[in-house]
Write a protein that binds this ligand. Structure first.
Ligand code: DGL
Length: 283
């Protein structure tokens, strides 16, 4: 069977690439829900419904595991789908299927602690705060998933979220570097003002932003570490497959790219990131 990788659009390609590098012989099917992108300005129920439809398409296409390569879907829909939809769907399908998200691996990388770890609050004063900026879609920022989950594990890390309402759409549409840099600089300026100083580290908490990671690097103070969500997800997937041999990921090196939007070649911004032409088939 194959591993499905799902995003609202092209952002999940950043995660897909890291997964393929880690598991080169495994079979992969990518689905971008470009007909409905971006997700970041949508309401919770809509995000849950669209994510469920995307997962279903990937399971129908022969996947047994779907990685939600999207923070918005992972933060808003994953738990709901795992609790309310997946058990019945799995039973009806008669084979093991599962959905994994990218926020847990990112938080593990950001805190240096496994997901199971929950800090005991003893009320002692934290002397030094490590300030972590999270750039994300409005829906992810509104969910406060990074603030809540990191605070449970590390009280010496203060999380500041910066919602970037236009950015995923701009990247999806292939905006130019100058235009993108202006928007990114404004967001970095806004969060720096809010914190009162630049952040110590940052998470690009929307997979689309990884496509323009260089623009974020240029806008942040030189050397600000960026937590690399694609690598963190690849580590987590590899560990998951070792623990769950029932989700064997195929071995023919299949690569399929599906879209609910317009099939065909992707724009230049994506091709530059990808390192060559990339064409999507109709889902
Ligand atoms: N790439 C997605 C994320 O990681 C979604 C962006 C969007 O559709 O707004 O959040």
């Amino acid at each position: 069977m194959a591993i499905g990788v799902f995003d609202s659009g092209v952002g999940g390609l950043t995660v897909h690439r890291a997964l393929v590098e880690r598991l080169p012989t495994a079979d992969f099917v990518y689905l971008g829900d470009q007909a409905n992108a971006p997700y970041g300005g949508r309401g919770g129920e809509e995000i849950v419904d669209l994510t469920r439809a995307g997962c279903e398409r990937l399971f129908d296409a022969g996947c047994n595991l779907v990685v939600l390569a999207c923070n918005t879907a992972s933060g808003i829909a994953l738990r709901r789908l795992q609790q309310t939809w997946l058990p019945g769907f799995r039973e009806a399908l008669g084979r093991p299927v599962n959905i994994l998200g990218i926020i847990v691996p990112t938080i593990e990388a950001a805190t240096g602690l496994p997901w199971e770890h929950e800090a005991e609050r003893r009320g002692e004063k934290v002397e030094k705060l490590d300030i972590l900026a999270v750039f994300s879609t409005p829906a992810t920022a509104r969910s406060r998933v990074y603030e809540i989950e990191i605070d449970k594990r590390r009280q010496d890390v203060a999380v500041f979220s910066e919602p970037c309402p236009q950015l995923a759409r701009m990247i999806e549409d292939g905006a130019g570097a100058v235009e993108l840099a202006k928007v990114v600089e404004d967001h970095v300026g806004a969060i720096t003002t809010r914190i009162g100083r630049p952040p110590d580290r940052a998470i690009l908490g929307c997979t689309h932003y990884e496509i323009i990671a260089d623009i974020f690097r240029a806008a942040l103070p030189a050397g600000t570490p960026l937590i690399h969500q694609p690598d963190a997800t690849a580590d987590a997937l590899q560990r998951y497959l070792e623990r769950h041999p029932e989700y064997e990921p195929g071995s023919s090196g299949l690569r399929r790219f599906l879209t609910t939007g317009r099939p065909g070649a992707q724009h230049k911004l994506v091709e530059t990131f990808w390192g060559g032409p990339l064409s999507f088939e109709q889902a």
